[in-house]
Design a protein around this ligand. Structure first.
Ligand SMILES: *[C@@H]1O[C@H](CO)[C@@H](O)[C@H](O)[C@H]1NC(C)=O
Ligand SMILES: *[C@@H]1O[C@H](CO)[C@@H](O)[C@H](O)[C@H]1NC(C)=O
Ligand SMILES: *[C@@H]1O[C@H](CO)[C@@H](O)[C@H](O)[C@H]1NC(C)=O
Length: 346
């Protein structure tokens, strides 16, 4: 008599164990299939192969990133890729207003970095990297300002790693490193996907209109006792301004205690949705420190966040836990009209 595979009892048990294992791995341990935006996809979306290669060891067209940018004509109107190969590029880099359609691609944020060390009372001046042109994309590269600033040092000056001041800028798998005032999200619409942003105080600040999707926010120690560090300092000044920092998914963790945000403008708008908060997020969550006026117009809000720092019981009285309906306008790239200009989004 012929016995098919599944009819044999041992094989049935074996198959059941296999199916159970697959389900366990998929759900319980979070090994579920996840979409990731990679460099070939972005290249395909912007539809160009035109590439300038920057290599610190002289194997490319240029040895410095700025030299590559300088070679692009003013009023550039076709996408161009600047491939910055593995290495640390010690220079300040500026993409001026009249050079749109630049895609800077590194070899991974742990392998390619633009680093400078400068502190100043002026945020604009201190920035290692500045992009002021519209239509900008970066992938797999780090921006660092390693000036010794902050409470542990003599200088309380600013040390910006990157200033993003152009409209329609997107960063994928990038890193931003400084002790404070790390990412100056100055103005315009921006998308940050799977980025790593580190700092102690006001480390994401400005008047940008931005979505931070699945980003890792790492809080380094801030040695103040009275005033703790703050992840964000959004400067929205009126109800008419479209500015706001929206964090969707991702996680907040690190070393020091931190507020999610402080009110830098009377209409400061910051939302954390579906985000993991470690204990580094203090129970009060939000602060009006240095904002002398009314807290009535502050939009400091959370939606379905989780983790030990997410308990809402002791949150600042003006902060909100949003309902599904209230959260909806912030949960997609429609908040930045992303479907009209982003090469890719999740
Ligand atoms: C880019 O180069 C690849 C490989 O040579 C080619 O298959 C693809 O069609 C090119 N894409 C564009 C937009 O030129
Ligand atoms: C702070 O920045 C200013 C320039 O804005 C500079 O003159 C001053 O030396 C800096 N302070 C320190 C301690 O580095
Ligand atoms: C600002 O925050 C402090 C501390 O939480 C609080 O006592 C004060 O009432 C707040 N100001 C306003 C206008 O809500």
């Amino acid at each position: 008599m012929h016995l098919s595979y599944m009819q044999h009892p041992i094989n049935v048990i074996f198959a059941c164990i296999l199916v159970t294992l697959v389900i366990l791995l998929d759900n319980v341990h979070g090994f579920s299939v996840k979409n990731v935006i990679d460099s070939p996809l972005l290249t395909q979306k912007i539809q160009t192969n035109r590439t300038i290669k920057v290599d610190a060891n002289g194997q490319g067209d240029f040895k410095s990133v700025q030299a590559a940018i300088d070679s692009i004509p003013n009023g550039n109107s076709n996408w161009i890729i600047i491939h910055v190969t593995k290495g640390i590029y010690r220079e300040k880099v500026h993409i001026p207003r009249n050079k749109p359609y630049i895609f800077i691609r590194g070899n991974g944020r742990g392998r390619t970095a633009i680093v400078w060390s400068e502190n100043s009372e002026d945020n604009y001046q201190s920035a290692t990297f500045k992009v002021e042109a519209p239509y900008f994309v970066a992938f797999g590269i780090s921006f660092k300002n390693d000036a010794p600033t902050g409470i542990a040092h003599t200088s309380q000056n600013q040390s910006v790693a990157a200033l993003v001041g152009g409209d329609k800028a997107a960063f994928y798998h990038c890193g931003f490193f400084s002790s404070h005032n790390t990412l100056f999200d100055y103005k315009g619409r921006h998308y940050y996907d799977n980025c790593y942003i580190q700092g102690s105080i006001d480390f994401i600040f400005g008047r940008g209109q931005s979505i931070f999707h699945d980003c890792e926010i790492f809080v380094i120690a801030n040695k103040r006792h009275e005033i703790r560090g703050s992840i964000t300092a959004n400067s929205r000044q009126s109800a008419k301004e479209s500015s706001g920092f929206i964090f969707v998914k991702g996680r907040v963790y690190g070393v020091g205690d931190v507020y999610l945000g402080r009110a830098k403008g009377a209409y400061s708008r910051v939302v954390f949705a579906n985000t993991y908060f470690s204990r580094t997020v203090i129970p009060q969550g939000w602060t009006n420190w240095s904002h002398p006026g009314s807290t009535d117009n502050l939009a400091h809000a959370e939606y379905k966040c989780h983790g030990p720092g997410s308990a809402s019981t002791n949150r600042a009285p003006w902060s909100k836990q949003l309902s599904d309906k209230e959260a909806a306008p912030f949960l997609s790239v429609d908040f930045i009209k992303g479907k009209e200009w982003l090469p890719a989004w999740l």
